[in-house]
Design a protein around this ligand. Structure first.
Ligand code: ADP
Length: 415
């Protein structure tokens, strides 16, 4: 089956076409046929489209909304120029898999889209006002352009964390607020944490039950997850993706008293504070330069820029703190797994995070660490290290495509 995987952000649309079925999943033989990204939807959008084995085609196009963006993608997919393997017409797209950020307590696993499911995703908008509306735009656009008859599945960022126990997900605020408004920690990046845990099992031959690991997704958004017996036991993001680690532009953990203080001192409204914490904080806020780790590392070379260095150090220290607390929660772990753009590529950040953790049994090998960049997978720990340390490139799209197939053929999920 050829699955169109869609991931719609507020002004972006990412897609992949992945060929997979139950047999290909079993053999790990799924194939990526094409991929692309459209950014700055709403104005002169930047488009990048790439068929497997070909170079990416890049251009600008005036695309006013997600429907126009998807229409642009579909026209390319079926055009003669695209030359996507095994795709001649729209009939060669057999199903669509959508990424949806928030599924709240309602959606604990991936599911086929029905009108009731769409209403359920709309019900979660209160909890994810920045994300779910964009995801819904993608769902509606696909239904309109591909027809409601084509099977479609939603995969939620939150579902992997639905196994968290109350002691992990409840905030220490009056319990009735959880009852009344479902204020609790949900966690995000679930598809990524779940994918790398699945790869870890493949690499080590461990069973799900034997999987006791800490996964650390470091991208623009960052989160850590304590996985106990194969299931999410705790994670660093909370009601929203703002909690936890220091991120590109998000503060992560902060004393809630800062909000009142800021409103008092700076005369800021709650929505201005929300923007400050989500869009102007993190690496960008501390450095005053950029949210991009690659650029920050350049600025911090030989300590030329003090605040760039500070931002990197705070970023690494927060990640270290979470590793420590998850090792305590899990009573030790078998492995630490890095993923995400920074986790997969920035050897120096991994080195800083793992420095001085020998007491915990974590020791990384400098050469192995430096080699694992640019999508390379494998171990980076020394032979003395009690805890294995892995770099595992994430592949959320693959998991979305596989879940789509499994939901359609209605068999229990395996990974
Ligand atoms: P998103 O969360 O948007 O999917 P990514 O997972 O692609 O983001 O991660 C983006 C981050 O990864 C950026 O901060 C970027 O600078 C960083 N990154 C990518 N490549 C490198 C590299 N070679 N060295 C350091 N950081 C990198």
């Amino acid at each position: 089956m050829n699955i169109l995987v869609l991931n719609c952000g507020s002004s972006s649309l990412k897609f992949q076409i992945i060929q997979t079925d139950l047999e290909m999943i079993e053999k790990n033989a799924d194939k990526q046929l094409a991929k692309g990204l459209i950014e700055r939807i709403g104005s002169q959008a930047l488009v990048s489209l790439q068929a497997a084995g070909k170079t990416a085609v890049k251009h600008a196009a005036p695309l006013r909304d997600h429907r126009a963006a998807l229409d642009h993608v579909i026209k390319w997919i079926i055009s003669k120029d695209a030359k996507i393997p095994d795709i001649q017409s729209l009939a060669d797209i057999h199903a669509v898999g959508h990424r949806v950020v928030h599924g709240a307590e309602q959606f604990t696993k991936s599911t086929i889209i029905t009108d009731a499911v769409i209403r359920g995703i709309e019900d979660c908008i209160d909890l994810a006002p920045l994300h779910n509306p964009a995801n819904l735009k993608g769902i509606h656009a696909a239904r309109e352009l591909l027809g409601a008859g084509i099977p479609a599945v939603v995969v939620f960022d939150t579902s992997f964390h639905s196994t968290m126990p109350e002691i992990s997900f409840l905030y220490a605020i009056p319990y009735q607020l959880y009852r009344r408004h479902k204020i609790r920690r949900y966690g995000f990046h679930g598809t990524s944490h779940r994918y790398v845990a699945y790869r870890y099992r493949q690499l080590t031959g461990k069973t799900r039950e034997e999987t006791n690991v800490i996964t650390i997704h470091l991208g623009n958004g960052c989160s850590a997850c304590a996985i106990k017996n194969g299931a999410s036991f705790d994670t660093s993001m909370g009601l929203s993706p703002l909690e936890g680690l220091v991120m590109g532009t998000r503060s992560g953990d902060i004393d809630p008293a800062v909000l009142e203080f800021l409103s008092h001192k700076e005369g800021m409204s709650m929505s201005e504070i929300d923007t400050l914490l989500n869009k102007q904080s993190g690496l960008l806020g501390i450095s005053g330069l950029t949210n991009d780790m690659r650029d920050l590392l350049e600025e911090a070379k030989d300590h030329q820029d003090r605040r760039a260095t500070l931002a990197i150090n705070i970023f690494a220290q927060r990640a270290k703190k979470y590793i420590g607390s998850y090792l305590a929660e899990l009573n030790g772990a078998d492995a630490l797994i890095f993923t995400g753009g920074i986790g997969e590529n920035a050897a120096t950040i991994r080195q800083r995070i793992c420095a001085n953790l020998e007491w915990f049994g974590i020791e990384i090998d400098e050469q192995l660490n430096n080699e694992k960049v640019g999508g390379k997978e494998g171990e980076i720990n020394t032979h003395k290290s009690r805890v294995k340390v892995f770099v595992i490139p994430t592949n959320e799209e693959l998991l979305i495509a596989r879940d789509t197939v499994r939901c359609i053929v209605d068999v229990p999920k395996k990974s």
